[in-house]
Structure formats: C-alpha cells, structure tokens
Unconditional design. Structure first.
Length: 135
C-alpha cells in the first residue's frame, strides 16, 4: 500500500480526506446544537443550555485550530469532542433516555469513529515530526 497518499504532502496543513472529518464535526455538531437552541424541547433547562454551549464551543475550538493551522490545537479539540460524544452516547443508555437511542449509531458512525481516525493521524504526524527533528 502506498502510504504517501494518506500523509500530509509537504507544505500542506492537512490531507484532503481529513477535511471530511472536520466538516462532519463542524456541520453535524453545529446543526444539532443550533436546532436545539432554536427549537428547544419542552423541558428546556440549564442542562440543555450547557449542551448547546459546550457543543458550539467545541465547534469554535475546531475552527480556531484550523484557522491557526495548529495540529496540536486540533488534536486537543478532537479529543475533547470524542470524549464528549462517548460520554453522551453511554449516558443515553445508563440514564435510559430511550428517545435518543436512535441517534447513538449516527453519533458513533459520523462523529466518534472519524474523530478517532483523526486523532490517530494527528498523533502519528506529531510523532513523525519529532522523529525527524531529532535526526
């Protein structure tokens, strides 16, 4: 397998396929947070507002990391998003929130798995850059 195609070409911040991960995170998370804000559930409360704020802040962190062209900041933002989504997904079942059960597979497929792929890629890139600096 030609591994050159999956790594970042010289002078490029991220490979093209990584932008799909960023797009998924920004679009899906923003959509759900904003749809909750503009169409609040009947039991809208502090917890719901914290959910909205947390997710919009995470989106802002991803956008800021990309704007700064910082792989380290992007790694931190993706780890935070991934941990948040894993906790949210498990909470749906532990708190017996059956009305959200159908959302969990989508969160796993479109947010958690791509974030993990992105995290692994960024860690590999950071490890490779450290190795090249020491040579």
């Amino acid at each position: 397998m030609n591994t050159d195609s999956i790594f970042t070409p010289p002078g490029q911040f991220l490979p093209k396929w990584f932008w799909i991960i960023i797009g998924l995170q920004v679009v899906i998370v923003s959509f759900f947070a904003l749809s909750t804000l503009f169409n609040p559930p009947p039991d809208f409360n502090y917890t719901t507002m914290a959910y909205i704020t947390r997710n919009l802040t995470a989106v802002l962190a991803i956008i800021l990391a990309v704007w700064l062209r910082s792989r380290t900041a992007l790694l931190v933002a993706l780890v935070a998003r991934c941990v948040t989504d894993i906790v949210d997904a498990t909470t749906v079942f532990t708190m017996n929130a059956t009305y959200l059960n159908s959302v969990v597979p989508m969160v796993i497929a479109l947010l958690i798995i791509p974030a993990i792929i992105g995290i692994v890629y960024l860690l590999k890139q950071m490890q490779d850059s450290r190795t090249h600096k020491h040579i």
